[in-house]
Write a new protein. Structure first.
Length: 153
């Protein structure tokens, strides 16, 4: 058996995403009336479109050597504050800093408090060079602007 590992970005987004991380953040913002980000919001997250993940799985099966690791990352270092601001602009809600003492209460983020404070930088350079993978779908922030995460009621 020949196997490899595809590490999928923290946020996998697409028009079919109904239960992932973004819908959870959007629901939380609607519930709280603001879109929170931890501290100064400079911690970075990574994201990838689900269709780009699918093409990477195909390439990993076709070209990947056994025992290799691939990063399915379309956007490698998005400051969390930018994600919060993009959600806020679509919902008409302010993006606000959640101080560390509130984060640990667990305050605004609840069970997500420890997760949202982390940095998750990642690079797709080796994946792109070795497999020829190039993400072609919209970036996370562009996908948030497409509107499908914010249906009109």
């Amino acid at each position: 058996m020949r196997s490899s590992v595809v590490r999928i970005a923290n946020i996998a987004h697409s028009t079919t995403d109904r239960t992932g991380f973004l819908p959870t953040l959007i629901a939380l913002a609607k519930e709280k009336g603001v879109v929170g980000y931890p501290g100064d919001g400079a911690n970075v997250w990574n994201a990838v479109h689900s269709r780009d993940v699918a093409s990477l799985f195909r390439l990993a099966l076709e070209k990947g050597q056994a025992g290799t690791y691939w990063h399915a990352v379309g956007d490698g270092a998005i400051p969390y504050r930018e994600i919060a601001e993009a959600i806020g602009s679509r919902l008409g809600l302010p993006a606000v800093s959640i101080p560390a003492d509130v984060l640990m209460v667990p305050g605004y983020f609840g069970f997500l408090a420890n997760i949202v404070t982390q940095n998750y930088p990642a690079s797709n350079l080796i994946t792109r060079r070795t497999l020829g993978w190039e993400p072609t779908q919209p970036s996370l922030l562009a996908d948030l602007d497409n509107g499908h995460y914010f249906p009109v009621a």
